[in-house]
Design a protein around this ligand. Structure first.
Ligand code: NAP
Length: 306
């Protein structure tokens, strides 16, 4: 049996695509991955998803999952392990099982890069965050640090000054790689301090972040600074390993789309953070998911497969 549409991923883009596809009678197969819910499962409270004044990220994703389950009959909670887009219908593998499909929606998202410190993982949601837009408002009148020297770090630092009493950027070199305009905004912001040539060796705190231990990369000097929050802004990696060499991607591995959600292969659509390197917001990812499902439906209809 060949599926009309397979959807890969279970963040806001994947679940929304699945709901739209199911309601369009496409009887989609959703391959959600073992770890369902995407990046929102790593945040604490969400206050910017319309309809929910305040909800925990994992709870919002549970609600999306329950909503999807109401409409989608076929869900496999495993990872897709291989994809073959060189043949049509396209082939998706989950371990040894093969699934054929006339159209594919890729909503595999992106993963925030982390420093890889043991205490970082333990304190995610307790002061450690990978998303200033999501979590910044919880740091009203508190001290926070931002790690990184790219546009994301500049943007996060500036954004966080709306809430925090002071923001310290910790960067491993003595110059930023961010665009000049973004750097200038940081340099002009009186609430932002910069610690150059330093990396975080450890994040301190039992139940929540209380400080960081930093090491000067030039002198080797180690010191501790007090802080209430640590925002990691050292980049994101789109989860596109399965599609390398099969779809057009940019130099950072994001799937290139044209006409919003269309990829370089007919009938293959990409939605959410896997192709959106700019906004990276749950509500926007959900919108991309809806667009992909609508376009998949049109594609199938145009081939008399819908
Ligand atoms: P990025 O440009 O790759 O910058 C990552 C930063 O993190 C770099 O400064 C890097 O240091 C640092 N870093 C990487 N690994 C680290 C580690 N293990 N420990 C400490 N520091 C580490 O990533 P990004 O800032 O997320 O930007 C990604 C893309 O999105 C860029 O093309 C950017 O222009 C774009 N973007 C644009 C906007 C905007 O225009 N408004 C906003 C955000 C992002 P080094 O410099 O030493 O390598």
């Amino acid at each position: 049996m060949t599926e009309k549409v397979i959807i890969l991923g279970s963040g806001p883009a994947g679940y929304t695509a699945a709901i739209y596809a199911a309601r369009n009678d496409l009887d989609p197969l959703l391959i959600s991955g073992y770890q369902t819910g995407g990046q929102l499962t790593l945040t604490s409270e969400v206050e910017n998803f319309p309809g929910f004044e305040s909800i925990l990220g994992p709870e919002l994703m549970e609600k999306m999952k329950a909503h999807a389950k109401k409409f989608v009959k076929k869900i496999i909670e495993k990872d897709a392990t291989k994809v073959d887009l060189s043949v049509y219908p396209y082939k998706i593998f989950v371990e040894d099982e093969e699934y054929d499909t006339y159209s594919l929606i890729i909503a595999t998202g992106a993963s925030a890069r982390w420093l890889g410190l043991p205490n970082e993982k333990r304190l995610i949601g307790h002061g450690v965050s990978g998303c200033a837009t999501c979590d910044g408002a919880f740091f009203k009148n508190k001290s926070v640090v931002v790690v990184g020297g790219g546009d994301s770090a500049m943007e996060d630092a500036n954004y966080l000054t709306k809430f925090a009493s002071d923001v310290t950027i910790i960067h491993r070199r003595n110059e930023f790689r961010a665009s000049k305009i973004m750097q200038d905004k940081v340099f002009k912001n009186p609430k932002i301090k910069i610690i150059w040539n330093s990396i975080i060796d450890d994040i301190l705190g039992k139940d929540h972040v209380e400080g960081v231990r930093i090491r000067d990369t030039v002198t080797g000097e180690i010191k501790e600074i007090k802080t209430d929050g640590v925002f990691i802004a050292i980049g994101h990696d789109p989860n596109t390993g399965l599609f390398k060499g099969q779809l057009d991607m940019d130099e950072q591995g994001y799937i290139i789309t044209h006409d919003f959600v269309k990829t370089s292969k007919d009938g293959v659509f990409a939605a959410g953070d896997v192709q959106d390197r700019k906004y990276k917001q749950a509500v926007i990812a959900a919108g991309w998911g809806a667009m992909a499902a609508i376009d998949a439906d049109k594609f199938l209809a145009s081939k008399n497969l819908g």
